[in-house]
Design a binder for this molecule. Structure first.
Ligand code: RB5
Length: 141
């Protein structure tokens, strides 16, 4: 699995995204930041689409942040082959990798504090997909 993480946020997720980027770089990941680059108001679908498309092109992994994590997850999940998971706890972060082979993690800056969010990121990045019956179910989506 590539150590490159494709990441994006709107203004509502910009600060948490910045914390995540620092954390990822400190842990040896390469980060491809598709914006936004300031806290000026912008539109989450634009960023979520860019991240989803690049995850599909690269068969990679992405992280999306907005105020709630919901707008970016709704947008990313419109793409066939994207399994974007909005997580607010470590249990769902682990399970969505094991059972759903999640390829985009969605977080809400206004929902989840940075400490918990970084734990969620670490667990999501380091948990393997179980395959087997779960692959069969993914093929049914
Ligand atoms: C922006 O105000 C906010 O609507 C956005 O960040 C996100 O929470 C949408 O779902």
């Amino acid at each position: 699995m590539s150590n490159k993480i494709i990441i994006g946020s709107d203004h509502g997720g910009f600060r948490l995204k910045s914390d995540i980027i620092t954390h990822l770089k400190n842990n040896g990941y390469e980060v491809d930041d598709l914006g936004c680059y300031t806290t000026e108001s912008c539109d989450y679908p634009v960023i979520a689409k860019a991240v989803a498309e690049k995850v599909l092109t690269n068969s990679g992994r992405g992280i999306l942040v907005c105020g709630t994590g919901i707008g970016v997850s709704i947008t990313a999940n419109r793409y066939d082959g994207i399994r974007a998971s909005h997580c607010t706890d470590t249990f769902t972060a682990r399970m969505t990798r094991m059972h759903n082979d999640s390829n985009i993690l969605c977080l809400g800056e206004r929902i989840t504090g940075a400490g918990l969010a970084l734990d969620i990121v670490d667990i999501w990045l380091n948990t393997e997909f179980e395959g087997g019956r779960h692959q069969k179910r993914i093929d049914m989506i």
